[in-house]
Design a protein around this ligand. Structure first.
Ligand SMILES: NC(=O)c1ccc[n+]([C@@H]2O[C@H](COP(=O)([O-])OP(=O)(O)OC[C@H]3O[C@@H](n4cnc5c(N)ncnc54)[C@H](O)[C@@H]3O)[C@@H](O)[C@H]2O)c1
Length: 350
């Protein structure tokens, strides 16, 4: 049996506790080294699980030497936490988004490169077997050339969600909080994004941040995408309400992405491939074939991958630089809506 890896959990809040449960399930590979969380709740959690507790990463590093750290802390401290770990030679799995802005992320990207320490970013949906299957199908040409994509994030958030002030302020809306997940998947499936053009509205809730937006996206491959998002619509068409990844959101059997190719189209996550008969056009009946994969927990698969990364048996599926590009796309969508113009992702800033 191979040696287990010692992992520190930094941030024992909502998602940190889910990572904790996942690590417990992987006890053939992982020893939970410590919990770092300055809050009383974090300390109590560590105590109740009989795990060494530290108030800061600095204290943890002085007392222990983990093989890796999971950073499940607020977005604002991802960079400072991440830099501290990689400077100490500790590989990290840092939650998404990698930083609050692309410029802020640069410090972490550089520190990781300078120290040659791997960073895996927690865009966990990429580890979902349905997404892996979709990626394979697209790559192998099973859909023909992908011409266009339609995506939807429509759901209704309850009023108490907005009790926390940051969720009503600029940056706390569905573009930065939710769309970043969808954009990361679309980049994974369809390649890099060249240009975006978006409009947004805050008419329904009247907060500083948007509640609804529509984005047009042009991929470098030439494929296009329309993405429609709102947290004020009662509807089943979002990843959250279709993928059954999180038990807090009761799932439906609907889909939220339609990937359209010249030979077939694929709806995700119901994983139906639609195609015609031998001539492949609209005058023939169109049929759906299911290409579904057995459901597995992507957080658990992500953690297994992190162990492989620590063992140097795999490169991170979502590297720091890769995650910066997803962040750049959502920042550009926000900018486009604000300035009412197309935004090229790598345009020179004036
Ligand atoms: N992958 C996903 O689907 C997903 C879901 C939810 C949240 N997230 C991300 O996970 C991160 C945490 O979100 P959350 O909802 O769990 O937040 P949370 O507020 O529930 O938990 C954050 C925890 O970090 C602790 N903390 C704060 N500063 C710290 C520091 N400097 N060092 C150590 N601990 C510190 C807090 O005390 C708290 O316990 C965010 O980046 C969020 O975007 C990802």
């Amino acid at each position: 049996m191979r040696a287990k890896k010692k992992i520190a959990l930094v941030g024992a809040g909502l998602i940190g506790r889910r990572h904790f449960d996942v690590m417990r399930k992987l006890d053939d590979d992982i020893i939970i080294d410590s919990i770092v969380d300055p809050s009383e709740a974090g300390q109590d959690f560590a105590k109740s699980r009989h795990i060494p507790w530290y108030p800061s990463i600095g204290d943890m590093i002085l007392a222990s030497s983990p093989d890796g750290a999971v950073l499940a802390t607020p977005n604002q401290v991802h960079v400072v936490n991440g830099v501290e770990c990689v400077n100490a030679g500790i590989p990290i799995l840092v939650e998404k988004p990698i930083a609050t802005s692309c410029s802020a992320a640069e410090e972490l990207v550089k520190a990781a490169a300078d120290n040659d320490v791997p960073v895996l970013v927690g865009h966990h949906r990429r580890h979902n077997p349905w997404i892996c299957r979709a990626k394979e199908m697209i790559k192998s040409g099973g859909l023909g050339r992908v011409t266009s994509v339609h995506g939807s994030f429509w759901l209704y958030k309850p009023e108490d969600y907005f009790e926390q002030e940051w969720r009503r302020k600029d940056g706390g809306g569905p573009i930065m909080v939710n769309l970043i997940h969808d954009i990361d998947l679309l980049r994974y499936l369809c390649g890099e994004i060249e240009m975006v053009q978006a409009i947004s509205s805050n008419k329904e809730r009247g907060f500083e941040t948007e509640d609804t937006a529509v984005a047009m996206i042009a991929f470098k491959s030439g494929a296009l995408c329309s993405f429609n998002l709102s947290d004020t619509i009662v509807a089943p068409w979002s990843w959250e309400l279709t993928a059954s990844e999180n038990p807090e959101y009761p799932a439906t059997s609907q889909s939220c992405y339609m990937i359209g190719g010249t030979r077939a189209s694929l709806s995700i996550p119901d994983m139906k491939v639609w195609s015609h008969g031998e001539h492949g056009h609209w005058k023939e009946p169109i049929h759906a074939k299911s290409v579904s994969e057995p459901k597995r927990d992507p957080l658990l698969l992500q953690m297994k991958h992190f162990i492989d990364v620590i063992r140097k048996e795999a490169e991170p599926i979502v590297s720091a630089q890769d995650a910066v590009e997803s962040l750049r796309a959502v920042e550009s969508i926000k900018l486009s809506a604000l300035q009412n113009r197309p935004v090229y992702l790598h345009e020179k800033q004036t």
